[in-house]
Design a protein around this ligand. Structure first.
Ligand code: BGC
Length: 753
């Protein structure tokens, strides 16, 4: 198709940058500003004038109230097509919109919350879930998702830990990058060689840049204070990985970081993200965050807020209207240079070109019925749900419920608790397009699998009646945990205990049950100290999604190996948090075998460490062997460990490699995750698992993001979780171009990532 002479940017054969330049050059200042305005839920009739004027360039379909926790009417291809038709046909230049929505962990097919996907430690699974979410959401006309969330969450009082990949930056970086690839279509869809996306790909958004996971006291939106090295090594790490994976957009966060609101943080946005890290896409503010600069006390009014945010590097104003109201005037008065507007517009237009919207903004209305909740998507959701189940305790092998050949089902099973019959509550936070009626409750899945067993069910409303049924059963499955409204945005808690009354009910059940299996469905790592000896088995399941019932029962029966691992440490009591495996050493380390810790009233360490999770077969680890005890200047060393399945069931072992620098220019964590390998082991199987260790793996960042390759002695540990494993020492010769930061040194520039 040749482009009409008056719209040369429609020529598909031109490179993206040229099309963008042609279109931008044709725009008035008002039209350019319009591209930077994002509105919520526009309507082609009600907003006809604004559409004709090109007064907004992108929109979000969202309820806006109780973000992520209230289901709304959603969107459909016809509605989006009507909107696009109005934008394209009524405006002077015919520029289509980008329709955005929070597609966080699935669309119609709801996968486990990100914290649950993280429990798989499986980047391929995360990538596959995001790919399906994109396929489904694009069928409803959505082309931009505000995911993945990359905030490293070390304080589970913060409700948004549900949306995170857990406490570890390495895991967050790897799983976050995989999610970006999945949404954007790494393999079969865009971004293709020319930077364009396929029609079933979503533009991803790395959020919330940066440090939001440190909200003081776990109170959402609260201030953050963090030193520059911790910011670089922990909180910026997943964002660097997302940029390297080609993430299309980034969202700036709500909070203040060291007194500067992130929406106005020129140093971290324009200088670091867009400068040092070379991020070339648009940065979008969080919801109304430009307007909130007034409440943060750094702007008099929305006019000043618009100026601050644009200068800082926020390209798109989500819903405040500050850009639409004031930017043109700010440019005319000389307060904001027009080049900054041009740069921002170029980023937005490039996104539109890359998404193919200039070529075809419409969605086939028949596609949703073909791609939503297909058998294949359900199967993936079931696999993901099973991978999210973390088995924490299994006294006397009460689990799995069935023998390896599928026999041995208990004669009577009672399923009780609020999650016995729950449907939509299995989804967790941020599931705008999931439908409760699609979900498989745990009790239904038990009945389906244990066909010959007498299965009784109660939803926990009458605790006394549950006790009567429990006494009659051979096995009681108590399905307790958190309602989704207890986690997610603006849903923080001061107590990480189970919700009120549940422990008491479990204690009562434990007194009368022959065998009690406790399944805790949750949006956060809870403090499980009171369940340490309660019942016979304990499993933690981050909200598992539409196939939650099947996934949980697949693991409890042993049809699928128990393979989930904790992406966050589990504390005994709330007062221990923040608690994470990669803390720094103190000058006065605790004696691990000693009777006391730093707390007068409790032990210091976690109840279950990061990375922990039982399988149904004992796995034996050999000694960690290094191909050389010295890592040369340009060298690589192989770290190998033998793992053997000594049980009678297949198992999936998640072998984890941790590193510790004995001496560096700054104090480094006592344990840093540097590698993960998931291996399937049939009964009797033995495998040698190998990790390649190079300087990059052991490097850290200085205060402005320079990579520091330091020499010295490192301890490598391979094992089943952060609290166990076999170690070997490695002498590292500093890398050829490495630099060694000195304590307290603040370099003045940053060039590498
Ligand atoms: C949240 C974001 C979300 C946005 C749009 C905000 O309240 O912090 O994560 O993407 O709303 O719904």
């Amino acid at each position: 198709m040749t482009a009409p002479a008056h719209r040369p940017w429609l020529d598909r054969t031109l490179p993206v940058a040229e099309r963008v330049a042609l279109l931008r050059a044709a725009m008035t200042l008002e039209e350019k500003v319009g591209q930077l305005v994002q509105v919520a839920n526009p309507d082609p009739v009600r907003d006809a004038d604004a559409l004709a004027a090109g007064a907004f360039g992108t929109c979000i379909v969202a309820s806006g109230e109780h973000a992520g926790n209230v289901r709304d009417a959603g969107t459909q291809a016809e509605a989006v097509n009507a909107l696009q038709r109005a934008a394209v046909e009524s405006s002077r230049l015919g520029v289509p919109l980008v329709v955005a929505r929070d597609v966080i962990h699935g669309h119609r097919t709801v996968f486990p919350i990100p914290l649950g996907q993280a429990a798989s430690f499986d980047a391929d699974l995360v990538r596959a879930c995001a790919r399906v979410a994109a396929r489904e959401a694009t069928a409803d006309g959505v082309r931009w998702t505000f995911a993945p969330m990359l905030d490293v969450a070390q304080d589970p009082r913060w409700g948004r830990v549900a949306e995170s990949w857990g406490e570890d930056a390495w895991l967050g970086a790897h799983l976050g990058a995989a999610a970006v690839e999945g949404f954007q279509g790494a393999d079969d869809a865009g971004p293709r060689g020319d930077g364009t996306f396929a029609a079933d790909a979503l533009a991803a958004c790395a959020k919330h840049y940066v440090g939001y996971g440190l909200a003081q006291g776990g109170r959402d939106y609260a201030e953050v204070d963090v030193g520059p090295r911790t910011l670089q090594n922990r909180h910026l790490r997943p964002f660097r990985a997302a940029v390297d994976a080609g993430v299309a957009t980034v969202m700036s966060a709500f909070h203040t970081l060291d007194t500067v609101p992130m929406t106005a943080h020129e140093g971290l946005l324009r200088a670091h993200l867009k400068g040092d890290l070379g991020f070339a896409g648009p940065v979008v503010s969080d919801w109304d965050a430009v307007g909130e600069l007034v409440r943060h006390g750094v702007a008099h009014d929305t006019r000043e807020a618009a100026s601050l945010a644009l200068r800082a590097g926020v390209d798109v104003d989500m819903v405040t209207g500050a850009y639409g109201g004031h930017l043109a005037d700010l440019v005319r008065s000389g307060e904001v240079p027009e080049e900054l507007v041009d740069d921002a517009v170029g980023r937005v237009l490039a996104l539109k070109v890359r998404l193919g919207l200039l070529d075809d903004p419409f969605t086939d209305p028949a596609r949703a019925a073909r791609v939503h909740l297909t058998t294949e998507h359900r199967a993936l959701a079931r696999r993901a749900a099973a991978s999210a189940v973390v088995l924490l305790r299994d006294d006397d092998g009460v689990l799995p419920l069935l023998a390896p050949d599928g026999t041995g089902a208990p004669a009577r099973v009672h399923v009780t608790g609020p999650f016995a019959t729950a449907r939509a509550e299995l989804f967790g936070t941020w599931t705008l397009d999931g439908r409760g009626e699609d979900a498989v409750p745990i009790a239904d899945a038990v009945r389906e699998r244990l066909a010959g067993t007498e299965v009784t069910v109660d939803d926990g409303r009458w605790p006394d009646a549950a006790l009567v049924a429990a006494r009659e059963a051979d096995v009681v499955l108590a399905c307790v945990g958190e309602h989704p409204m207890r986690s997610g945005e603006a849903n923080s808690v001061t107590s990480l205990e189970l919700p009120p009354g549940q422990v008491e009910q479990l204690e009562a059940l434990a007194r009368v049950s022959r065998r009690l299996v406790v399944v805790v469905v949750t949006g956060r790592p809870l403090a499980l100290g009171r369940l340490a000896h309660l019942g016979d088995a304990l499993a933690l399941v981050p909200h598992p999604g539409v196939e939650g019932g099947h996934g949980v029962v697949d693991v409890l029966t042993g049809d699928v190996p128990a393979s989930g691992r904790l992406p966050s440490s589990i504390p005994w009591v709330t007062g221990q948090v923040p608690l994470h495996h990669d803390h720094l050493p103190t000058g006065r380390p605790l004696d691990p075998g000693g009777p006391v810790g730093r707390y007068r009233d409790h032990q210091d360490g976690p109840m279950y460490p990061f990375g922990f999770g039982l399988g149904y077969a004992p796995v034996e680890y050999g000694a960690l062997e290094l191909s050389s005890s010295r890592l040369e200047r340009e060298g690589r060393v192989a770290a190998r460990v033998r793992v053997a399945n000594r049980g009678d069931r297949p198992t999936v072992e998640t072998v984890q490699l941790y590193a510790r620098a004995r001496r560096a220019s700054v104090s480094r964590p006592v344990s840093e995750l540097v590698g993960v390998r998931r291996v399937e082991l049939a009964p009797g199987d033995e495998r040698v698992v190998s990790f390649e260790v190079d300087h990059g793996l052991l490097a850290h960042r200085d205060a402005v993001g320079h990579t520091c390759h330091e020499g010295g002695r490192f301890v490598l540990t391979a094992g089943p979780h952060a609290g166990a494993g076999s170690s070997a020492e490695l002498d590292v010769v500093p890398a050829p171009h490495g630099r060694t930061a000195e304590p307290g040194e603040v370099p003045t520039h940053s060039s590498d990532r």
